[in-house]
Ligand binder design. Structure first.
Ligand code: ACO
Length: 312
């Protein structure tokens, strides 16, 4: 059975914070943030909006695009490191709000790789014949865990959500290969500390990411016996433009063939990939039959990549 993405959706908060705004909070400059990370501005959730609210809106859009009713969803997976509360899960909260009365629901924690973990898990359930439709959401309200006294992390992050509906697709389409991995020994380099803030050894994470992301990207393409040149579009985790470019350059594709939401949204952790994916579909950068690669890495450390032949 061919299993892929039937519809995409995303939610972008309206509250914009530019690099110039950041200069007023911490000792930084617009120039430093742009050149070291590629970020120009980020979005933060409006007052009273939590991770489940953003997830709900993204999910509604994905269901509409997929032309699937909430009752037809068998399973909801929400990748997040910033749930409203550890329990009830965000997945259960949106199950109720969507009216997905036939769905099982759980959250997945694999940080910035979480959406790819969710997508791959969903694909296995459908391939096995256990479920027909799985809603996969990646959502994070990182503003809840930002340390506003740490200039090396606060300038990087933003809030948002993205979602997809996974189900059966036509011959030759869908998720063709994947790779998931973890390296718990690196967990100390990127974590939520005792104060509840995100803490990162940026240089170590950078070294890991700049090696792992290009490697996983190429691995999923080679697994399906295709060449790097066959990739039409890359949707990487939006952590740092320099890391993203390293993956892109290993594929040998031009800059316009890569999703770059980082400039306006910053790093949205679990939400980065599905937001960038949904936006790329909507603005026409991803077209029917394109070979696309999703690749993410983050806290855990954990990483994941998937090669997808786009279309239903
Ligand atoms: N403004 C100005 N200067 C800064 C800032 C800032 N916002 N942040 C750090 N600096 C300074 C440092 O203090 C340092 O100064 P020093 O040399 O006097 O000590 C200097 O800039 C260089 O610091 P580096 O850490 O070497 O800077 P680097 O070029 O590595 O960039 C960055 C830092 C952007 C964090 C980079 O290491 C990076 O992107 N790492 C990976 C981050 C990542 O991928 N995270 C992924 C997961 S997080 C998540 O997804 C939720």
């Amino acid at each position: 059975m061919n299993v892929g993405i039937l519809g995409t959706g995303h939610y972008v908060p309206t509250k914009v914070m530019t690099n110039k705004d950041m200069e007023k909070i911490v000792d930084t400059t617009d120039e430093w943030i742009r050149t070291r990370t590629g970020i120009e501005e980020r979005r933060f959730a409006e007052d009273g909006i939590d991770t489940s609210d953003m997830s709900y809106h993204a999910a509604k859009e994905a269901l509409k695009e997929a032309n699937i009713s909430p009752e037809e969803i068998d399973l909801i997976l929400v990748a997040t490191v910033t749930p409203d509360t550890p329990f009830p899960s965000v997945a259960c909260t949106i199950q109720d709000r969507l009216g997905a009365t036939n769905a099982a629901a759980l959250d997945i924690g694999a940080a910035c790789a979480g959406f790819v973990y969710g997508l791959v898990t969903a694909t296995q359930f459908v391939k096995a014949g256990a479920y027909k439709h799985v809603l996969v959401v990646g959502a994070d309200k990182l503003s809840k865990i930002i340390d506003w006294e740490d200039r090396s992390t606060c300038v990087l992050l933003g809030d948002g959500a993205g979602a997809v509906v996974v189900g059966e697709v036509g011959e030759g389409k869908g998720v063709l290969s994947f790779e998931l991995g973890s390296k718990g020994s690196g967990g100390k380099d990127l974590l939520q500390n005792k104060e509840g803030f995100m803490e990162m050894n940026g240089r170590e994470v950078f070294k890991f990411a700049v090696r792992q992301m290009p490697e996983s990207t190429v691995n999923v393409v080679e697994k399906i016996a295709l060449a790097k040149e066959d990739v039409d579009y890359l949707v990487p985790h939006q952590a740092n433009i320099r890391i993203m470019d390293a993956a892109r350059e290993r594929l040998g594709i031009s800059s316009d063939k890569m999703a770059k939401t980082i400039t306006k949204y910053g790093n949205n952790s679990s939400a980065s990939i599905p937001m960038a994916l949904s936006e790329s579909v909507k603005n026409g950068n991803i077209k029917d039959n394109d070979l696309i690669v999703l690749v993410g890495f983050g806290g855990g450390l954990a990483w994941g990549a998937a090669a997808i032949r786009w279309g239903v």
